[in-house]
Design a protein. Structure first.
Length: 294
């Protein structure tokens, strides 16, 4: 482990995180049009955790060059362009399952059209790039980050390849922050061998994507062991804190079931939007604060 961090970043998203005035402060900076205490959701938590991590590690300054992997057109890249020396946003723009939403090909030609506010356009570069094969030299960036993208990169080998690439392009002593999906509670029937057995028993009619090592739930979600095996270890980076997998009781109050028909929050209200249930298992966002050894 490296020098201790003041705040907890290696953790699951939790409703109680909004009790932290620092998290609320930075959310007010990133989303000034919204009341962060009324719009409690895990996506903006990822923005805040990244911003606070960069702030605490001394990277939120005019000398930092940052790489965003699977960036889409998320507002955090525009926010960082106003604070860092250089931000390079990469994604398979115009391709894949997010092309019609936040990864439109138009982001390549006219990123300003996607910006929610004015930003320093000369500080932001947008490039089409596959996370598994980054077109950058070794040790090109001070910071690398990815928010809610690693779970969409494919199977275990694809995820590990993206993690290796992230570590490769980071300079020694550089910092990385990855937010992805992690199980809070995984039902035994959502384990990969169970899904694969269903696939075999139905001659492939059900659980068609399942293998002995890959589940077939609605979304791709990692276990804590998979985070270590597929992301941390292949990256060659150090996890800067032990991973805290605890979740407060308050976070369960509005458990949101997700299926092919959409989202079904327990309260009927979208917020707070922290814990989701897919099939029989529950998941949320997790943060991984990382550092490359000198």
């Amino acid at each position: 482990m490296t020098a201790a961090l003041r705040r907890r970043y290696a953790k699951l998203c939790d409703v109680r995180d909004w009790d932290d005035p620092e998290l609320v402060r930075v959310l007010r900076e990133i989303l000034p049009e919204r009341d962060p205490l009324a719009h409690v959701e895990r996506k903006v938590w990822e923005f805040a955790q990244l911003a606070l991590f960069l702030e605490e590690t001394g990277r939120l300054n005019e000398s930092t060059e940052a790489l965003a992997i699977g960036a889409g057109d998320e507002r955090i890249v525009f926010w960082l362009a106003n604070r860092l020396a250089r931000v390079v946003a990469t994604d398979v723009y115009g391709e894949g399952q997010f092309a019609a939403r936040e990864a439109s090909a138009s982001m390549l030609d006219d990123p300003a059209a996607h910006a929610p506010f004015a930003y320093r356009e000369e500080r932001l570069e947008v490039r089409w790039m596959d996370a598994r094969e980054l077109d950058f030299a070794d040790e090109s960036f001070d910071v690398a980050f990815s928010l809610s993208s690693f779970e969409h990169f494919g199977g275990p080998h694809d995820v590990a390849a993206a993690a290796r690439e992230l570590g490769r392009v980071l300079r020694p002593g550089g910092h990385a922050f990855i937010a992805t999906e992690c199980f809070v509670r995984r039902h035994p029937l959502n384990a990969a061998p169970a899904d694969f057995a269903v696939r075999l028993a139905t001659l492939g009619r059900k659980r068609r994507r399942a293998t002995l090592r890959r589940r077939a739930v609605v979304v791709e979600v990692f276990t804590a062991r998979e985070l270590e095996r597929l992301i941390v270890r292949p990256s060659g980076l150090e996890l800067m804190q032990p991973l805290d997998l605890s979740v407060s009781g308050e976070s369960w109050a509005n458990l949101t079931r997700t299926d092919r028909d959409g989202l079904h929050p327990a309260s009927g209200d979208y917020w707070p939007h922290v814990l989701l249930q897919a099939d029989r298992s529950v998941f949320t966002s997790v943060g991984l604060p990382l550092r490359k050894p000198l």
